[in-house]
Each structure stands twice: as C-alpha cells, then as structure tokens.
Design a protein around this ligand. Sequence first.
Ligand code: T4K
Length: 418
Amino acid sequence: MKQKIDDLAVFGGPVTFGQPLCVGRPSTGDRSRFFERLNQALDDRWLTNGALVREFEERVAELAQVRNCVATCNATVALQLLYMATELSGEVIMPSMTYVATVHAARMLGLTPVFCDIDPATGCLDPREAEAAVTSRTSGVVGVHLWGRPSAIDELEKTGARHGLRVVFDAAHALGCAYRGRRIGGFGAAEVFSFHATKVVNSFEGGAIVTDDDGLAQHLRSLRTFGSGPGARIERVGTNAKMNEAAAAMGLTSLEAFDETVRHNRANHALYRSELSGLEGVSVVPFDEDESPNYQYVVVTIDEAGTGVHRDLLMQVLEAENVVAQRYFSPACHQLEPYRSERPVELPRTERLAEQVLVLPTGPAVSGEDVRRICEIVRCALTSGRQVTDRLRHRGDLVSSFAGPPWPAPGRPVRPGV
Ligand code: T4K
C-alpha cells in the first residue's frame, strides 16, 4: 500500500511490479489455434501469397463492413500505397497529433505535410482549421482517428468535396470503432488499419487498407505486389508490401479474441476512470459507447497546474514501480525534425495536449488488480505533488533522462505556407 511519498519506489520504497507492466502488450489469442494455422502453412509449404492472408482480409472486411481489404506488411507502407493510389501531390493537410508514421509516409513520397490544430474535445483534426489551410497546392486531407475516436469525418469529407480533394483516414487505432452508426473503414476514399503488436488486433507487424471502391482496391493490390496486374503481368511501378502467412495466422487468431479483448479493455477503462476520479489536474479521456470504442488506449492528461507534477515526472515515478507508460503522441509531429525546421508552425491546442498526454497500460495482460495498483501509485504521487516535484527536481541524475520534448524554435508563423 502506497500512502506517503517515501513509499514510492522512486524514493526508495518497494517496487510495485516484479516485471515491467507496459502499454501495448499484445493480444495474442488462443496459442494452440495460432500454432495450428502456422503448422498448416508449414505442412502446405505455403508461406506467402496464400490462403491465410486471404482469410484475414475477408475477416477484416467483415468487421469493418467494407467490400475490400488489402493486407500489407505494416500500416506505414499501407499509408504510402494509399497516398500513391489516390495520387496525392503537393500539400496534404493532416493533424500533428498522431504517430509520425502518418506524416513520414507522406514526406517519403515527396509530399508536403501541412499540419493543422486539433479539436480539443476529441484530439482529432479540427475541420475548421483544415478548411482554412486549403491552398491551390493542396491535393488531399488525411484524418486520423486518434486513440480510436473518430475524426470529424462528415466535415472533412465536405471540405474534400468543396475543393476537389482526396480524403483518406489513418484508422490505425480504430479497428471495430464506429462513426454515426457506421463502422470505421468505409469512409473517405479508403482507411488504413495497423496490426502492429501494440494494436487491439495484431499480426506481429501488419496493416490493411479497406475501401468500398473496387477500382482503388485493385490498384492497391497491384502496388502492393510489384505493380502486377492479371496474370502477374507488370503494369506499373510497385513494391513488395505483402503480409506473409505467419503474420496472417497471428492476425486471424488475435482477431478471434477481439470481442474478449474489447470487453477486458472496457472494464479496465471504467476502473481507471473510477480510481482516478476526483484527482485535481487528472482527466481520463472518455470514449463514447455510441462510437463502439475498442478501448485499446487509456489516455490521461496531467495538468501540472492542478497536480503539482509534470507528466514527465509522473512517468518517472511510474517507471520506478515498473509501470512503463507512453507519451502518445509527444512531441507532436510538427515538433519533430525535419518538420519543425522545414515548416515551423504554432499549434497551441496540439502543443498543450502533447505536453500533458500520458497513456497507461491496459489489454488482456493487465488485470483489474494491476489497474488498482497503478492508480494507487498515481494517487500517492499526486496527493503530495509539489513535494514529489521538488525532490525529483533536486536529483539531476533522474530528471536528465526525462528532459521533455524539444519544443519548436521561436519565431514561428501562426499558419504554415499560406
Ligand atoms: N498511424 C498511427 C496513428 C499509428 O499509431 C501508427 C503506429 C501507424 C500509423 C503506423 O502503424 P505500423 O506501421 O506500425 O503498423 C509504436 C508502434 O511501433 C507503432 O505501431 C504505433 N503506431 C505507435 C503508436 O507505437 P513504439 O516505439 O512505442 O512501439 P514499441 O515497439 O516500442 O512498443 C511499445 C510498448 O509496447 C513497449 O514498451 C512494450 C510493448 N510491447 C511492444 C511490442 C512490439 C510489447 O509488450 N510486446 C511487443 O511485442 O511505437
């Protein structure tokens, strides 16, 4: 039981967890089913371009309620294929509050990411900012369903229609989620899921592009497989972005556990909310049941003005207890190189969230008892927040590894490239 700050491991108290308790422990499903599938692939000597990937694509398309699913080796490459297939060029509007993959995928193709601020209510791209950022060089908008909460899809699609832009969605976090009664997957030209180990469904590494546009799906399949068309004839430039059979075996097995994983995540999320309620300066980002959340991310904001402790110091306190939290996503993308040097921009709402955001462990590997103990650490640290801060700030050795994000250089224009 942690009651006073000397009970905290960071100040010499006992360490709460014997093993690191991480954000992003994979949901692996029934191990025997996984090995059955893998053995079948080995028996068949069919390791790629095979039946398991096709079955995985069918299951994902069913879940997302779309006509087509194109599975890939990861979501970053899937985004690149989608940006290529939709012929994005010049400037592409996107949020900075996302994983850098959304942005790098565009930059790697020579596109110019134009960052817009977020709607603080959702953390997603503010559609009014997106509309205002359109120039004659803009070709598309990328919405990101941050932590599984849908972007302002209708408004972004309206902006797209008004200006003749392609609209696509990075749905890496949003498998199984919904927007206004429809599953994520069928919006924009196409949407991209990630099946990285840390996602609600994993295929070790993996991704998929889903769309109701049959022609686009065919184009994406071609790009994914060396630019090939019917009869494996090469028709265009393409790459090798295929998912392999072992990945699909894990994807199918993890997908079978999806409902159970979401049930578990939902219970953990509710517990976090009740255990952390009433703590000044701490908010657990809520989900809306109407949006069918997968609850894969337990996101809290730590406002130092209320807690007396900066988010980075709280992370340090947790890490000493073997709780490995994450700053998804801090620094925000516009605060990272090369973007901060190339097109400096000020995004106050994004920057505020990036300074406060903290993601806590959940998933099937994290029990309700684990959640209670994590919350006990947080409560103990924040009850004497100022004291914790004073003591840690006097210990340069610990503080140095949490120096905080590299904030953008001064002298930035308020809006980029306009
Ligand atoms: N768009 C968005 C909005 C995204 O968030 C992402 C990826 C993408 C696109 C691109 O998707 P992919 O190309 O990856 O399919 C991670 C992941 O690598 C990345 O997939 C993810 N989003 C991003 C939010 O986080 P790291 O550097 O935090 O991951 P990593 O491997 O250090 O793992 C984080 C924690 O998870 C570790 O502390 C321990 C735990 N973990 C991790 C792995 C891999 C496990 O317990 N077991 C594992 O097997 O970037």
